[in-house]
Design a protein around this ligand. Structure first.
Ligand SMILES: [Cu+2]
Length: 453
């Protein structure tokens, strides 16, 4: 049983009224086992409709939790039931797909254990979020008025631009030219009051006791509405073993990028000496940061500043290009290819796909059961877009014209000017959402559907 309810947290010493989804015992979200059924009863105790999407899972389409696509929202005081098999384990999450509720932290972990969960390994969930004391509808209104956007944003394609092929094979570096205007990647157009890790800032961080010499599995979930981060492990080497729940050939590093809605599973070996090990997340393009502290053997905790010593760069595809799925799709020629130009217009904060902002009259992109499908994302705007497909896991198979057997995942970042191709098997008939996971881009129209014919 899960209950959608209002709750209070404290941010920067001030009370904040937000939303949450909890079990009756207070546990946020769900931890379950692969092979079990996902059998959940959701109650909406809010005074407004709500609906929860099981991000990364592959339910029957009517249980996917997207209002207006998979079904109606749960009315105030109402409930809904879910029951489907869990096909795979990993780090997933759940969040409202209703209106702008996600910005009010209506999100929670959804962990499905499997054989990767070693018995001697401590699991630490780090859920990242961006927070504002400004109500989300006011944030959105400000973006539409242009108040929150940096100058030079949105020089994207005009409605008359060619629908596809125009940017084929091109590679653009930061500082590229788009639409005749030199444009740097345009990042962070909402100015947040705080960045949270498990609902807390670095002024009052979560401190997790860990065993000196022990092993930790970090399950990092970026539940932010608009913010991407660089996870910073300080001097510790992390072993990235899965992205978006799906195993990859391990990559060892101290910093890992995480776009909105993505997850990283990182194994850490905790040193034997008593020490505190901050696990930080630095906002892309800026120095603001959040995080949790792993405390070994009662080591003293020092205050970590809210700003890193240097500004971080924008996220790139450097890691994405290196990732290799542990279980790639079987090589196969695509029977169906859809090109999705990611487009937008400066005036009025309109975001679109193939120059069409989502509305109820947009026909679903067709596909048929049994097909291998490829989606070609071409970002014609100066902002990065983390693109998420519902109901299917996909494999990243091409970046800027170069084929490779990349990670299997459910959300892929498409930076400005870049072309990213993903492939998946059409194995879950229904009507499915496909959208940018930046909340205000999604709400402004960078959303479409795929429909089985
Ligand atoms: Cu977007």
């Amino acid at each position: 049983m899960l209950r959608i309810a209002r709750r209070s947290i404290e941010v920067n010493g001030k009370p904040a009224s937000v939303l949450g989804i909890r079990q009756p015992d207070g546990t946020f979200g769900i931890r379950t086992q692969v092979g079990d059924r996902f059998r959940v009863h959701v109650e909406n105790t809010l005074e407004e409709p709500s609906l929860i999407h099981w991000h990364g899972l592959t339910p029957p389409w009517q249980q996917d939790g997207v209002p207006g696509v998979s079904g109606p929202p749960i009315p105030p005081g109402g409930s809904a039931d879910y029951d489907f098999p869990l096909r795979f384990g990993g780090t997933f999450w759940m969040h409202s797909h209703q209106g702008l509720q996600e910005q009010l932290l209506l999100a929670a972990p959804l962990i499905i254990r499997d054989q990767r969960d070693l018995p001697d390994q401590q699991e630490v969930i780090v859920m990242l979020a961006d927070f504002s004391f400004t109500p989300p509808d006011q944030i959105f209104a400000g973006l539409k008025k242009g108040g929150g956007m940096s100058p030079g944003a949105m020089t994207g394609a005009s409605p008359s631009a060619p629908a596809s092929g125009g940017m084929k094979g091109m590679t653009m570096a930061p500082g590229m030219t788009m639409g005749g205007t030199a444009a740097k990647p345009d990042l962070n157009d909402v100015k947040y009051d705080a960045f949270l890790a498990n609902d807390r800032t670095l002024g009052d961080p979560e401190v997790v006791k860990v065993e000196p010499g022990g092993r930790v599995l970090l399950r990092i979930i970026n539940s932010s509405s608009m913010s991407a981060f660089h996870v910073d492990l300080g001097p510790l080497d992390g072993e990235l073993i899965a992205v978006d729940g799906f195993r990859v050939a391990p990559v060892v590093a101290r910093r890992f990028p995480i776009a909105v809605a993505q997850r990283l599973d990182i194994r850490l070996a905790i040193p034997r000496a008593p020490a505190a090990h901050p696990v930080l997340a630095v906002l892309e393009g800026e120095s603001r940061q959040t995080g949790v502290i792993l405390q070994a053997a009662g080591a003293p905790i020092t205050r970590i500043p809210d700003n890193a010593s240097t500004a971080s760069p924008a996220l790139t595809l450097d890691l994405e290009r290196r990732l290799r799925a542990a279980q790639p799709l079987k090589p196969r020629k695509a029977e169906r290819v859809h090109t999705l130009n990611l487009t937008g217009e400066m005036a009025g904060y309109v975001w679109s796909i193939n120059n069409v902002a989502w509305n109820k009259d947009v026909p679903p992109l067709p596909l048929a059961a049994g097909e291998r499908v490829e989606l070609i994302f071409v970002n014609k705007t100066p902002m990065p877009h983390p693109m998420h497909l519902h109901g299917h896991e996909f494999q990243v198979v091409e970046i800027d014209g170069k084929r490779f057997p990349g990670a299997v995942r459910d959300t892929v970042l498409v930076p400005p000017g870049r072309r990213v191709v993903v492939a998946f098997d059409a194995n879950n008939p229904g009507l499915w959402a496909l959208h940018c996971h930046l909340l205000y881009h999604l709400d402004a129209g960078m959303f479409t559907t795929l429909g089985y014919v």
